[in-house]
Design a binder for this molecule. Structure first.
Ligand code: 7PJ
Length: 271
């Protein structure tokens, strides 16, 4: 089979489907398989190009999820939406392998192939797409005291190194997308700088993913902490990101984000 190739002639919307009882934000609402499938189809009809299925919460301090539990959460859902373009949000090679067999065509690895030494082989052997995301530390401790000498340059250096590792391991460059990992071991100021200088991450020759949807720095920058009141801030970041080089926007609010992304594409005539 041909290896996966990112097609980003227009910016893509990646809809978040959490199938965890304890996820970052919309935790617990879509744990049931039928409602998760319904939500995935709704996001697709609202304009999601990719459905990102995650069964392993990365919330700071979230409990570790076993392979069996993660498979039990994600596989029944992926099997039923395999007609869509599905990403599996996992750091575990075994989970990725089963998810791919069930129909996933992208691995979204927040550890950028670092946590599981077998992950790079899974990506290479199955020829799937892969998102390499930057994170400082681990989900359990990453927000304790994030520290960089220059956050933009440090994250760029990391991503360049992970691309090199993947390619040296036999992954084709066209399979790879990169992500600065907004909120993963970053202060508000780190997140702000990464977004302010986002163009610097669009120079790797790989599509750029941005996931800022409803993250707490948005509430903090707007002095409005409530989770439910982060939509307009998230849309502003989505618009900013697309205008500064992002090709894939990972979000909860698909319909609204799809409007923003398509409007910008129309105005730029790249669509
Ligand atoms: C991201 C992610 C992100 C990628 C999460 C949340 C936290 N994967 N998984 N990028 N964030 N690639 O959605 O609030 O920013 S989980």
């Amino acid at each position: 089979m041909e290896a996966f190739q990112w097609k980003t002639t227009r910016p893509l919307v990646m809809g978040i489907l959490n199938v965890t009882p304890d996820s970052f934000s919309d935790g617990g609402r879509y744990t049931d398989v039928a409602s998760a499938v319904t939500r995935a189809r709704q996001m697709a009809s609202e304009g999601a190009d990719i459905i990102d299925v995650g069964g392993e919460s990365t919330r700071p301090g979230a409990p570790v999820v076993s392979v069996d539990e993660e498979l039990r959460r994600v596989l029944p859902v992926i099997e039923q939406i395999a007609d869509l373009l599905v990403a599996v949000d996992t750091t575990k090679a075994v989970v990725a392998g089963h998810a791919i067999a069930a129909g996933a065509r992208i691995v979204n690895d927040i550890s950028a192939l670092q946590y599981d030494a077998d992950m790079v082989s899974v990506v290479r052997e199955f020829g799937v797409g892969v998102i390499l995301m930057h994170m400082q530390g681990t989900p359990a401790t990453m927000q304790d005291n994030p520290c960089y000498s220059d956050v933009v340059q440090d994250v760029r250096f990391f991503l360049a190194e992970r691309i090199e590792f993947a390619v040296a391991s036999g992954v084709k460059k066209m399979q790879i997308a990169v992500d600065p990992g907004i909120g993963f071991g970053k202060t508000i100021e780190h997140n702000r700088q990464l977004l302010a200088k986002l163009k610097e991450f669009a120079t790797f020759g790989c599509p750029l993913v941005v996931g800022a949807s409803r993250k707490s720095f948005i509430g903090q920058l707007l002095s409005r902490p409530e989770y439910e009141q982060r939509l307009s801030g998230s849309l502003a970041v989505a618009a900013w990101a697309v205008m500064h080089g992002a090709q894939i926007i990972r979000v909860h609010d698909v319909a609204e984000t799809a409007d923003v992304v398509r409007m910008i594409a129309a105005l730029r005539q790249i669509n």
